[in-house]
Ligand binder design. Structure first.
Ligand SMILES: [Zn+2]
Length: 180
């Protein structure tokens, strides 16, 4: 796994992010900065749909797109909307450890049985569904995926600042993923 940069004080936030909405997200979530009021979103957050994560930040501070593994490849229109109409200039892309989108093939039977037993699907359709979509949603490694998705989004939206971040489910803190 790539190295995580711990953010325990304002000085730990790298200067390129410190006075930006990305730095503010670290301050609100990790450093107990008091809530402020916002009349429009400052930031777009892309994060996994996983239920173990909760962000501490003020109302109206951010748009949030949640999808398996924080994969925004299939949410690009929403990203463009947040930038074009919502006027955000910063994106925090947040992965997390123990992500269910890693090694999907290991959950194949569970996935198919669940659809058959709980949703009333035919087994053939459930299998086809799994094999069609699993390669699109598999992320391989949580940190590598966030770094590659960060690079892809920087090429796609060159004037937008994009920070690769990580949520550790054990301590519920946000980290920066070391890009060096
Ligand atoms: Zn996840």
């Amino acid at each position: 796994m790539n190295k995580l940069i711990k953010i325990d004080s304002i000085n730990d936030i790298p200067s390129e992010y410190r006075t930006t909405p990305v730095g503010l997200l670290f301050e609100y979530h990790n450093l107990e900065r008091p809530s402020e009021s916002y009349d429009k979103a400052q930031l777009l957050i892309g994060m996994c749909m996983d239920n173990r994560k909760h962000l501490h930040m003020p109302d109206n501070f951010a748009f949030i797109i949640r999808s398996g593994g924080a994969n925004l490849r299939y949410s690009e229109f929403k990203v463009s909307y947040a930038i074009g109409v919502g006027q955000v200039r910063h994106i925090a892309l947040i992965g997390h450890n123990n992500c269910g989108m890693v090694n999907l093939i290991a959950r194949k039977n569970e996935f198919i049985d669940g659809l058959v037993n709980s949703a009333g699907w035919e087994r053939d359709r459930a299998e086809e569904h799994f094999f069609h979509f699993a390669p699109m949603f598999e992320i391989g490694s949580e940190t590598d995926f966030i770094l590659s998705e960060t690079k892809r989004l920087r090429l796609r939206y060159p004037k937008i600042v994009i920070a690769p971040m990580f949520y550790l489910v054990e301590d519920n803190k946000l980290y920066l993923i070391d890009e060096r």
